[in-house]
Ligand binder design. Structure first.
Ligand code: NOJ
Length: 539
């Protein structure tokens, strides 16, 4: 396995905690999390031993898609507070020793953005419409959309406006796609990037970073329905071969032209000190992810393998080896994420606390940077709720055929005894389950063996141990089927048992450093590992 070059850049091995602002903590009793709530929560965040927080979007928005429909990227939505609150949050996070990363959403604006409102008022062919993808329809009277693409949120990717033209939206109709062939779009995003960098933001997570450039807009796709299935990372309704075939020549994702945009952005970032970017991209084959993190483009790119990975030693080894070696070809560090605001929580996905802890411990020992999604450190399961309580456009547009992503967005439980588990004095925007009290932060802080204290210890050791917390090399060892083992230099061996049976094996090490669960035995270089357990051993 090639070893990665170590740079003096904080993000290369950082632990970055994703705050979903609406569900983190509410300071004013309206049932919606806000910036003052995040400020109140900073001591808790700092106590976790993380390096940075990434905030999902907080910009002015009609909120049709969890604030990923931005009406003004240089202002804060009143639901979250004010620009002054954002500046205070940046300052206070820095005072707590935490970097702060914002989300940026360049694929689309909200239909409430002044540009789109102006485009609606302007005539076909106008400069206002040229900032988006407006086209005449097909059919005798233009009554059919310009092509057969689907929205990722179900239904057509086109909506017709009163004068008969259609506009493209890969997501909700209230999220018109921007036209990156248009100079105004480039200029406006440069202004936004500088606006926040000048206010001290340490970096950006780039939404749909692979989607900005569209090609062959007036050509029908050969199989749009199957393509939609292939784009859903959480479904097995398409075979690996079908997915490979469909995703490798998509007209609206991962087009080569997108890299020119990031080369231009990188020049801006290089003018500032120690700032970073992380791209969200779903590309195939995964080796194409490395293109986004070449030396003059983005700093990090998410890989989605671990968001969906089975608790299976062979699959984990395959994914980790592939991701690390593909990114090493361009000298970029890997990123690892087990949860985010778009996917089922780890506990609900694996259905077992033991497996969730074991996978978390294994992942924290991999080289590169670790992303944690709020509530992951509590071992929180997904929330359940009726369709009527759901807010995700995926659930609403599909009328519940797809329940969408609300389950992982339910507000955090801070205290088992307070109203709404200490999240808010008002009714939370999504209902919390009764069982959430068991997971409350206040309760877990006091229990030595809680999920929270397990995470804290993991992060503390990751920071302290010379073999961890770096983006250096990793060597996988040959083991029994169902067992994963690797070494990190200097002096660490990690062994994970994904079997239902206990394993006994020889391991060259001196002592146990940390385990995901009880019952681990180690003496005279013989390790006894219970089912679904990971151990860190000192060499
Ligand atoms: C990816 C974001 O993570 C997701 O929440 C959002 O719905 C889409 N991009 C559209 O912006």
């Amino acid at each position: 396995m090639p070893s990665l070059t170590k740079h003096d850049a904080w993000w290369r091995d950082a632990v970055i905690y994703q705050v979903y602002p609406r569900s983190f903590r509410d300071s004013n009793g309206d049932g919606e999390g806000d910036l003052r709530g995040i400020i109140e929560g900073l001591p808790y965040l700092a106590s976790l031993g993380i390096d940075a927080i990434w905030l999902s979007p907080i910009y002015r928005s009609p909120n049709n898609d969890g604030f990923y429909d931005v009406a003004d990227p240089r202002d804060i939505d009143p639901l979250f507070g004010t620009l002054a609150d954002a500046e205070l949050l940046i300052k206070e996070a820095h005072e707590c020793g935490l970097k702060i990363i914002f989300d940026i959403i360049p694929n689309h604006f909200s239909s409430d953005h002044i540009w789109f409102q102006a485009a609606l008022r302007a005539a076909p062919g106008s400069a206002e419409r040229a900032r988006f993808h407006f086209y005449d329809g097909r059919g005798e009277h233009g009554e059919l959309p310009p092509n057969n693409w689907n929205s990722l949120f179900t239904g057509s990717a086109w909506t017709q406006v009163p004068d008969g033209q259609w506009y493209l939206h890969l997501f909700d109709p209230s999220q018109p796609d921007l036209n990156w062939d248009n100079a105004d779009v480039h200029e406006d995003f440069e202004t936004t990037i500088r606006f926040w960098l000048d206010r001290g933001v340490d970096g950006f997570r780039i939404d749909v970073s692979h989607g900005l450039v569209k090609e062959e807009i007036l050509v029908d796709h050969r199989d749009p329905d199957l393509l939609t299935q292939a784009l859903r990372i959480d479904t097995n309704d398409v075979t690996a071969e079908q997915r490979a075939d469909l995703l490798s020549d998509m007209p609206f994702f991962d087009r080569d032209g997108v890299h020119d945009i990031y080369r231009a952005w990188r020049k801006i970032f290089n003018e500032y000190k120690n700032r970073m970017t992380v791209g969200e991209a779903f590309v195939y084959p995964t080796s194409r992810l490395a293109n986004y993190v070449r030396h003059d483009e983005l700093h990090q790119i998410f890989n989605f393998d671990f968001l969906l990975i089975d608790w299976d030693a062979e699959k984990i080894k395959e994914a980790a080896t592939r991701v690390i070696s593909e990114l090493a070809t361009v000298g970029a560090p890997a990123t690892w994420a087990l949860n985010n605001h778009d996917s089922p929580r780890l506990l609900s996905r694996l259905g077992s606390v033991d497996k969730a802890r074991a996978l978390a411990l294994l992942t924290a020992a991999l080289p590169g940077s670790l992303y944690i999604y709020q509530g992951e450190e509590l071992g929180l399961p997904d929330g359940e709720m009726p369709l009527s309580a759901r807010r995700d456009p995926i659930a609403i547009r599909s009328q519940g055929a797809d329940l969408g992503r609300d389950g992982c967005r339910v507000p955090l439980p801070w205290s088992a005894h307070q109203v709404n588990f200490g999240f808010s004095l008002g009714a939370p925007w999504l209902p919390q389950m009764h069982s959430y009290g068991e997971y409350a932060i206040e309760r877990q802080v006091k229990e030595p063996h809680s999920f929270l204290n397990f995470y804290k210890k993991t992060l503390e050791l990751r920071k302290r141990h010379p073999a961890l917390g770096g983006d250096g090399s990793i060597t996988f060892l040959d083991t029994k089927p169902g067992v994963l083992a690797f070494t990190r230099v200097p002096g660490l061996v990690v062994v994970a048992n994904t079997h239902d049976e206990r394993v006994v094996m020889d391991v060259e090490a001196t002592s146990v450093l940390h385990t995901s669960g009880p019952g681990v035995g180690f003496a005279s270089e013989v390790l006894t590992l219970p089912p679904h357990t990971t151990v860190w051993l000192q060499r």
